[in-house]
Design a protein around this ligand. Structure first.
Ligand code: CLF
Ligand code: SF4
Length: 533
């Protein structure tokens, strides 16, 4: 049996930073010694190190990530991505995936996609880019594996480059076919590749992958996981050597790979990964997955955060992933795919105006700079404020509909953004999906406990507006509803609230309490979307 090329078949098992690679230009010029993180942009940051801008990474890396909503946490408040579902087939089986539905790696399971031909996909991208000028990235992320469908994926990229050259190209893969496709990836200037890597030990892998399809036959068990692992490592090394930015997605499966992900983080960092995105397993019996049917649970919010925090010091962490559908459109956390179905596209008059896109994005940049300035100012104020405990950190939930501002009503929130706030920082650490509290103009009191549970680890929730009933319920649960920062930038509002909170503790008006754990919402997000048939 032919097996995959082992990772140590590379000329030198030595890894260098992205910035070095860019300046060296080719794998053949890799130095023979040395090592370290693939990101010159700082090690093990609590979230993607891109928010501090070009000072913390080489300019050419910053140019690639600054408008990519997944590679820059800060950009995700302002810039959108879209996926086109041109890749239906897959070459492996994951125990958390049921192929009747979208790829769990990059999708919310339980929601179908409209599969597209490359021609339909390009038409859709051009239409979306005309309507949503802040849409900067096209990703191929399923519903199967982008590289198990290379002709469809690369045809889409080729045609799109001709029609909309300003859109960045991105793809997501399980890695099995990756080493064979690195030349094509580079040929089409795909700057961003996501590899889902859930293990670096086949003994762990065989609990996650029942089989792979390799060399025209099905391989199972330990052998399957070993081949997959070797191909993932080789593919990652090859991309690093070619200067392609890589993000590693890992699904956190409690009891199977939770502690093991720390080793995964270490290994992918060694091989030059730019970002590591640790995502919670989504597993419900109704999804029909092996894990769903065997009762394998996903992590709680604090279990997820604990593993992410344990990985600090390794590869930079992404914490703002939304586990998107394979045909998602819009800002992360919103989904506008229903506005761009094939029948609606037929009715649209599409004019691709590069200048209009550019001028809109220039305005977004100004807003982004204002957000940075406001954050900086608030940090200075926080550092100088009188406090009780300078090491105190609390979580704050925020109702926002984008732009990095507190601008959403409590009842209209489908996801809260969660920030960890201290005297030294206001840092995005995650999001919590919830069912809308406000249905048809009225609050649905039956939804309220699940909304409160989703942010039960937070000390406050910043909103544009909130009714009396949810206000009372939140207060009773120990979460302070705050509506005095309407329209403010989030970090500034969170830091100002935190200063006020500390001063109330210092004056004896309140006592600081430790919060509980929160529930990560399971099941597909189906708001306004067609359910699987
Ligand atoms: Fe799509 Fe993925 Fe590219 Fe982003 S998504 S292919 S890198 S453009 Fe982003 Fe969605 Fe998370 Fe993926 S939030 S699931 S990380
Ligand atoms: Fe499903 Fe994606 Fe795994 Fe393939 S790689 S089985 S499509 S989750």
């Amino acid at each position: 049996m032919q097996t995959s090329a082992p990772s140590d078949s590379l000329p030198a098992k030595t890894y260098i930073g992205i910035g070095q690679i860019k300046s060296l230009g080719a794998a053949a010029e890799l130095p023979s010694t040395g090592g370290g993180c693939g990101t010159s942009g700082g090690e093990g940051k609590a979230s993607c190190g891109t928010s501090d801008g070009p000072d913390d990474m080489p300019q050419e890396v910053w140019d690639k990530v600054k408008n990519h909503p997944c590679y820059s946490e800060e950009a995700h408040h302002h810039y959108a991505r879209m996926h086109v579902a041109v890749a239906p087939a897959c070459n492996i089986q994951c125990n958390y995936c049921n192929r009747k539905y979208d790829c769990s790696n990059e999708s919310r399971p339980g929601v179908v996609s409209q599969k597209l031909t490359p021609e339909q996909a390009v038409k859709k991208v051009v239409a979306v880019a005309s309507e949503i000028p802040q849409m900067t990235v096209l990703g191929v992320a399923g519903p199967g594996d982008a590289l198990a469908n290379p002709a469809k994926t690369f045809d889409t990229f080729r045609m799109l480059q001709e029609q909309a050259p300003d859109i960045k190209l991105c793809l997501s893969t399980n890695g099995l076919a990756l080493p064979d496709q690195v030349d094509e990836i580079c040929k089409y200037n795909v700057d961003h590749v996501t590899i889902t890597i859930n293990m670096v030990d086949p003994a762990v892998g065989e609990k996650i992958y029942p089989w792979i399809f390799w060399n025209h036959k099905r391989v199972t068990g330990y052998e399957a996981a070993k081949i997959l692992h070797e191909r993932q490592m080789l593919g990652l090394e090859m991309l690093t050597a070619r200067g392609v930015l890589t993000k590693i997605n890992s699904v956190l499966i409690p009891g199977i790979n939770d502690e093991h992900l720390i080793e995964v983080n270490r290994e992918v960092k060694k091989r030059g990964a730019f970002l590591h995105n640790i995502m919670p397993l989504i597993s419900e019996a109704e999804h029909g997955t092996v894990f769903g049917l065997t009762g394998q649970r996903g992590p709680t919010a604090s279990e997820l955060k604990a593993v992410q925090d344990a990985c600090m010091g390794g590869a930079n962490l992404m914490r703002h992933c939304r586990q998107c559908r394979a045909d998602a459109v819009g800002l992360l956390g919103e989904d506008r795919s229903e506005e761009f179905t094939l029948d609606k596209l037929e009715q649209m008059e599409v004019v691709y105006d590069l200048d209009k896109r550019k001028s809109y994005q220039d305005k977004v940049e100004l807003e982004r700079q204002a957000q940075q300035a406001a954050k900086h100012e608030a940090l200075v104020a926080a550092a100088n404020a009188v406090g009780v405990d300078d090491d105190m950190k609390v979580l704050v939930a925020v109702a926002t509909k984008g732009g990095g501002r507190v601008n959403e009503h409590f009842g209209h929130v489908s996801e809260f953004q969660v920030f960890e706030v201290s005297a030294a920082q206001a840092q995005f650490v995650g999001h919590r999906r919830v069912d809308l509290y406000c249905q048809g103009g009225h609050g649905d009191d039956e939804q309220l406990p699940s909304v409160v549970n989703a942010i039960n680890d937070c000390h406050a929730v910043l909103v544009a507006k909130i009714g009396a009933c949810p206000r009372d319920e939140l207060l009773a649960a120990g979460v302070e509803p705050v509506d005095q920062y309407v329209g403010e930038f989030i970090e500034k509002a969170a830091l100002e609230w935190f200063n006020d909170y500390r001063s109330r503790i210092a004056s004896g008006a309140i006592t600081h309490q430790v919060r509980g754990d929160a529930q990560i919402r399971q099941g597909a997000f189906t708001g306004g979307l067609a359910e699987a048939a």
